[in-house]
Ligand binder design. Structure first.
Ligand SMILES: Cc1cc2nc3c(=O)[nH]c(=O)nc-3n(C[C@H](O)[C@H](O)[C@H](O)COP(=O)(O)OP(=O)(O)OC[C@H]3O[C@@H](n4cnc5c(N)ncnc54)[C@H](O)[C@@H]3O)c2cc1C
Length: 485
């Protein structure tokens, strides 16, 4: 199909989550062609932002999903600067830049929360003394982690294939006990994934590269730290590099929406029911039966929705998209008077190992992490439950889910009395699962994407679930949709 490059073009973005908003912003601002283009954003729901939303109520600031993002990647911060939102940024409060792990050895009468060993980042022990001094692991487990540097790197499979599951990688390098008590809960707190299926190559390529280049995670992490100035800042995650906004993540969505409105992007709150190729490029049928002609499109919808839309156009691509598994989760936000909580909440949050047989996956101490999240004298805690390893949560009524979270938090944080604030946010099929083989699937998807005229796919399902990567995916898809085929 040949499009006339001088004719006005109509570029359509389907899906008004972060990926779609970022794609529309790029179409409206970056391309010198955009002066000639009409841009339409189609959203099936009644608001923009997708899963990202902030609720403000009686002095509480509650994030319905994401509460922060990694500032070290450029895509997020570049957008923040372009939208003029840098003065709204807040960092994780320095005193709480660490994670705690719930630990209850079999013979112990009671459990307790223990800090992640100093210098330990997700899978990498950056500071040997940190691991050796940590009461989280038994002595044999600590010594096994210390011996990581002597574990030979895995040989390449005859196919050249390097991917393996996160569980297999972590057990091989750090030992079973460190995986069960430290790595598994840290990973679940981020990806809500099954580590036996989570792809190292897709989810943690940095650690795979450390093994390949330096032969060991401890050596690789030490060298990384030295290059970064020698500070073993990580205790779970690099909290010093995460930021949010004073008024919550909704600030980013509102900033994008403002920019799109000023740029003349038309937003239509209607879903897309089907798409097909047409002489003009694409023909979209909306859920109310109306149609739209488009010269280029960005599909920024979850992979299952993209699969259904693409089935008549590109069946093999649709099959690959439909094969991306998704997990759900619930977030229970609870507000208490400070005096009701026995624990000092002197961390960004806590994670709970699966081997401790609890339903709670993790909790974020929101009012410790960022300023202005709770009224004076109160604390806000967000409990996470569900994920790929506990899909049954989806079938449990709200009040029972709230009770399950409260029960675990009462024991772990010494909470007394009833919460002053309760909010439950449930997310069905909201988190893509990057299973082993995901990178090959994405390579096929990218090839098929390029073979369709003026077409881009965006969202968290492909090359990163974090906010910066999702913004980047929207921008890349916009560039593909703008191409004149
Ligand atoms: C609970 C949770 C917590 C998270 N926490 C963090 C965090 O702290 N930090 C971080 O960096 N990331 C976090 N993430 C990840 C990040 O928020 C997401 O990856 C990102 O927001 C996804 O954006 P998206 O646009 O790809 O998808 P979505 O937000 O799902 O948006 C897709 C949009 O498409 C629309 N749509 C679907 N079908 C159609 C159709 N047929 N026609 C028109 N519109 C349609 C939907 O209504 C929706 O608005 C979290 C995610 C979740 C779910």
């Amino acid at each position: 199909m040949v499009q006339n490059s001088s004719a006005p073009r109509h570029l359509v973005v389907v899906g008004g989550g972060l990926a779609g908003l970022a794609a529309a912003e790029r179409l409206a601002s970056a391309s010198p062609r955009c002066g000639k283009s009409r841009i339409t954003l189609l959203e099936a729901g009644s608001r923009l932002g997708g899963v990202i939303a902030t609720v403000r109520q009686d002095g509480w600031l509650i994030e319905r999903s994401a509460d922060s993002f990694l500032a070290a990647r450029p895509e997020g911060m570049d957008l923040v600067h372009r939208l003029g939102l840098e003065d709204e940024l807040v960092s994780v409060i320095p005193a709480v830049r660490r994670a705690l792990v719930w630990s209850k050895p079999q013979r112990a009468a009671a459990g307790r929360l223990v800090p992640v060993p100093a210098g330990f980042r997700l899978l990498a022990p950056g500071k040997l003394v940190g691991v050796l001094a940590s009461p989280l692991l038994s002595w044999s487990a600590r010594l096994r982690v210390a011996a990581e540097r002597f574990v030979p790197p895995r040989r390449l499979a005859p196919t050249g294939e390097l991917d393996e599951s996160l569980e297999s990688f972590a057990v091989r390098r750090l030992g079973r006990a460190a995986f069960d008590q430290l790595v598994q809960p840290l990973v679940s707190g981020i990806w809500t994934a099954d580590p036996a299926r989570l792809s190292m190559a897709a989810a943690c390529p940095e650690f795979l590269a450390m093994e390949r280049e330096w032969g060991s995670l401890s050596r690789g992490e030490r060298l990384r730290l030295r290059a970064a100035g020698g500070v073993a800042e990580a205790r779970g995650a690099r909290y010093g590099q995460f930021v949010s906004f004073r008024n919550g993540m909704q600030t980013l969505i509102d900033g994008l929406v403002r920019r799109l409105t000023i740029s003349g992007v038309e937003t239509v709150f209607k879903g897309v029911a089907s798409i097909k190729l047409s002489p003009a490029g694409w023909l979209l049928e909306l859920t109310d039966g109306s149609t739209i002609d488009a010269s280029g499109i960005v599909l920024a919808v979850p992979p299952r929705a993209a699969s259904q839309l693409l089935l008549p156009v590109a069946p093999a691509l649709a099959a690959d998209l439909g094969g991306i598994a998704m997990a759900g989760a619930a977030i229970v936000s609870l507000g208490f008077g400070r005096e009701q909580v026995g624990h000092p909440l002197d961390a960004a949050g806590m994670v709970v190992p699966r081997v401790s047989s609890r339903r709670l996956i993790a909790a974020s101490f929101s009012s410790s992490k960022f300023p202005g999240r709770a009224p004076s004298g109160s604390v806000l805690i967000r409990g996470f439950i569900g994920g790929a390893l506990d899909p049954q949560i989806a079938a449990i009524p709200d009040q029972e889910v709230i009770d399950l979270v409260l029960e675990d938090l009462r024991e772990m944080l010494g909470i007394r009395g009833q919460p002053a604030l309760v909010q439950i946010d449930r997310w069905h099929e909201a988190m893509p699962q990057y299973h082993v083989g995901h990178c090959q699937r994405v390579t096929r998807i990218r090839e098929a994407e390029k073979s369709l005229p003026s077409f881009g796919l965006a969202g968290s399902a492909y090359t990163g679930v974090g906010i910066p990567q999702v913004i980047g995916s929207g921008q890349q898809a916009a560039a593909l949709a703008e191409r004149i085929s």
